[in-house]
Design a protein around this ligand. Structure first.
Ligand code: F0G
Length: 460
């Protein structure tokens, strides 16, 4: 008999989580203005809001915390981190920041100007926010397959080269500071980008003289998919694939809260000395001195170790298999999810799950609320609320998909939790025809409204 995968770790410490009653949850979510970000963590049983900063550190990472060097300048923990980043990415200049969006702020302050165009594969919302607040435009060049949840294409994070070339042809080179490849592509469902595509983007960009940067938040998961799915990659180690992948770029921003396996942190890494020099000044103003940026020495030490662990085959096999386990259960129950199953989360297609809820009443948010009421599970809307209004016309910009993301924290929940989640989703699915009303906005912010939006039940 083929042995199934099992977690390549055992558990040394546990944290209590509590179940609640449906009545309690109905009151809590009403008091939270139907915004799941407003719930207290004690009101949540299984928290799938994000896989960001919510993972469990290893014994070796906790041991590294005790070795943290808190020197303002020239910290030994910085040296360790720099070595670890260079080994994995090949980038020799490093600027630590307090998290991923801070890395975006540092890099984009140097590179992005008013009126610029930044093409890429479905930019993450803070990334798009950092581009748009500089009055520049993020152009989505993701392959069309990504928007058909049933399409089994293995690399739905890929950039469509025709779309990208169209952008390069229709704007002067000076207006395009770089092309941004997000690995894996969070917005399209934790979907990977193939090595072949990355290489082709590099070649095309070279022809037009445009640099290529990575948003590396989930780079290790992307490398695992390349190893497992791409022709001719099986024999390479994850670390070899990472080196090759990053070798096609000029640099990266990183949210260490994902594949860094730590609870806070980020960085900019590059081989471009001039960018590094300019970005150093921005780091000093916004983050801190260049050998710690926004991080404590102990956190840099834990991150150096975390990067090594997240690029281990055994860890990645466990990680991706757990998401598959949850996704396959849902497929078995007939629930419409993005296929193939992605890297860090299962994405439920709310438009086909809740066909009776109008688009203007936010079907994905409605489904996320139902799931919370059903079982105390907190997911997140990746739909119209997150897409924000058009910054110029203020019209709603309905995205192609309305998704609920159930993001799985790293090394945190067991497969019994996965069973519970799948059963809860099935219960909501079984009564989907009774769900006909969604929500209306009572108050919203101008930018990134989904974090703070206030909603009420729709009247219709
Ligand atoms: N890039 C990607 C692809 C991300 O998914 C995130 C964060 C960031 C950048 C920003 O990093 O949070 O450290 O400032 N994603 C989280 C999520 C918040 O839930 O997907 P950060």
């Amino acid at each position: 008999m083929k042995l199934p995968y099992a977690e390549p770790f055992r558990i040394k410490m546990v944290e209590e989580i509590r179940r609640s009653t449906r009545q309690e949850r109905e009151e809590w979510i009403r008091n939270a203005d139907y915004n799941l970000f407003n719930l207290k963590s004690s009101q949540v049983f299984i928290d799938l809001l994000t896989d960001s900063g919510t993972g469990a550190m290893s014994d070796k990472q906790w041991a590294a915390v005790m070795t943290g060097d808190e020197s303002y300048a020239g910290s030994a923990s910085f040296e360790k981190l720099k070595q670890s980043v260079e080994q994995i990415t090949g980038y020799k200049y490093l600027l630590p920041t307090h998290q991923g969006r801070a890395a975006e702020n540092v890099l984009f302050t140097v590179l992005v100007k008013d009126g610029d165009i930044v093409p890429g594969n479905s930019h993450f919302d803070t990334t798009k926010g950092h581009i748009e607040m500089r009055k520049a435009h993020a152009v989505d060049c993701t392959v069309d397959e990504a928007f058909d949840i049933e399409d089994p294409f293995q690399f739905k994070g890929n950039i469509d080269l025709d779309k990208l070339e169209e952008v390069y042809k229709s704007h002067p080179k000076e207006k395009i500071p770089f092309c941004l490849i997000t690995v894996t592509c969070n917005t399209s469902g934790g979907q990977p980008v193939s090595l072949e595509n990355i290489k082709a983007v590099r070649e095309l960009s070279d022809r037009y003289g445009i640099p290529v940067y990575f948003d590396g938040a989930r780079f290790a998961e992307n490398a695992y998919f390349i190893q497992q799915r791409e022709n001719g990659q099986r024999e390479k180690s994850i670390k070899e694939i990472c080196r090759e992948m990053f070798g096609y770029g000029n640099g990266m921003t990183m949210s260490s809260k994902k594949d860094g396996l730590v609870n806070i942190g980020g960085f900019v890494a590059t081989n471009d000395e001039e960018v590094f020099r300019k970005a150093s000044n921005v780091t000093i103003i916004f983050e801190g001195f260049i050998t710690y940026g926004g991080m404590a020495g102990r956190d840099m030490a834990a991150l150096a170790q975390g990067l090594d662990e997240s690029t281990e085959e055994s860890y990645l096999e466990y990680r991706i298999s757990q998401i598959e386990y949850l996704g396959n259960k849902m497929i078995e129950y007939g629930i419409p999810i993005q296929k193939p199953i992605g890297g860090h989360a299962v994405f439920i297609d709310a438009l086909s799950f809740l066909p009776n809820v109008k688009r203007e009443e936010f079907p994905a948010q409605t489904l996320a609320i139902e799931l919370y009421k059903e079982a105390g599970i907190r997911g997140v809307e990746i739909g119209t609320l997150l897409a924000d209004r058009d910054p110029e016309t203020r019209e709603e910009r309905y995205p192609k998909l309305e998704l609920v993301r159930l993001a799985i924290p790293r090394r945190t929940y067991t497969n019994n939790h996965m069973e519970y989640i799948a059963a809860a989703v099935k219960n909501v699915f079984d009564r989907r025809n009774e769900i006909t009303k969604g929500y209306e906005i009572v108050w919203e912010a101008d930018l990134m409204r989904h974090f703070t939006v206030k909603l009420k039940e729709a009247r219709s």
